[in-house]
Write a new protein. Structure first.
Length: 255
């Protein structure tokens, strides 16, 4: 059974909420400029003053943006300049995450970051950020088809909110001999929004067809749903990976 997070609202994390909320409200507000501010006691005004954004905070924000872009070099460079930043867990996450994905957002299959990921998961086990790292890590393990490691980590994934991870979980069961018909039924609950399929679900559908759990017509229906959303490449991958001899025996349908 998957355990719930240990929610830890430390003083630093409370301050983080003030900091990030402050960033939102730093944007100019023309309406607010026109409203006359009431005269407040000095003591009240000092307590209500927004948190000061330091140079380190700005560097941290740059680090977050570099991590979003999976810019490994820039993320390493920025993280190294924040050795004593209060949110060391986020600094570590933003440093490691770009090493797991390419610039297009696809999971890498190399093992260069394995030790860093495992160290992070041990150090921050039980936190929401560790669960997010585990989500990223599961995508890498699924890409590798390392099902033993994937199954071990998936059992600890609390949120379980990633469509690709769910497709990899079904791939793992299929690879280990589970009933393909039952897996195809489970897949229908996952294969809802093609925009979230990624490579994992695009591999799952033809694998289920090849195993006899899903019919070619059902696979084509999934492909049509992707096509209707403008995901032409996704549709091509879903149907194109089905062996031609299997497709040739299916009723012809217009995609």
């Amino acid at each position: 059974m998957k355990k719930k997070f240990d929610i830890r609202m430390t003083g630093h994390h409370k301050l983080a909420g003030v900091l990030f909320s402050g960033l939102i409200f730093l944007a100019p507000n023309a309406f607010a400029e026109k409203v006359k501010k009431p005269n407040l006691p000095k003591s009240y005004a000092s307590k209500a003053a927004p948190a000061e954004i330091t140079d380190s905070d700005r560097t941290f924000i740059e680090l977050r943006e570099a991590a979003k872009k999976n810019d490994v070099f820039r993320a390493q460079q920025l993280a190294s300049s924040l050795p004593n930043y209060p949110y060391d867990d986020y600094v570590a996450y933003f440093r490691i995450k770009p090493q797991l994905f390419d610039s297009a957002g696809g999971a890498r299959a190399d093992t260069s970051a394995d030790a860093q990921v495992n160290g992070f998961l041990r150090q921050y086990e039980g936190t929401a950020l560790a669960d997010r790292m585990r989500n990223d890590w599961l995508l890498v393990l699924g890409k590798r088809k390392d099902w033993a490691s994937f199954d071990s980590e998936y059992a600890k994934f609390v949120l379980d909110d990633d469509t690709q991870v769910k497709c990899y979980a079904l791939q793992s069961k299929l690879a280990q001999g589970d009933n393909p018909t039952k897996l195809a039924i489970d897949a229908r609950a996952v294969l809802i929004n093609p925009s979230y399929f990624g490579s994992a679900c695009q591999e799952l559908v033809p694998a289920l067809v090849a195993a006899g759990g899903m019919t070619p017509s059902e696979a084509k229906a999934v492909g049509r749903a992707a096509s209707e959303m403008g995901l032409i490449r996704c549709r091509a991958d879903l149907v194109g990976k089905i062996p031609s001899q299997i497709l040739s025996g299916a009723p012809k349908q217009t995609l």
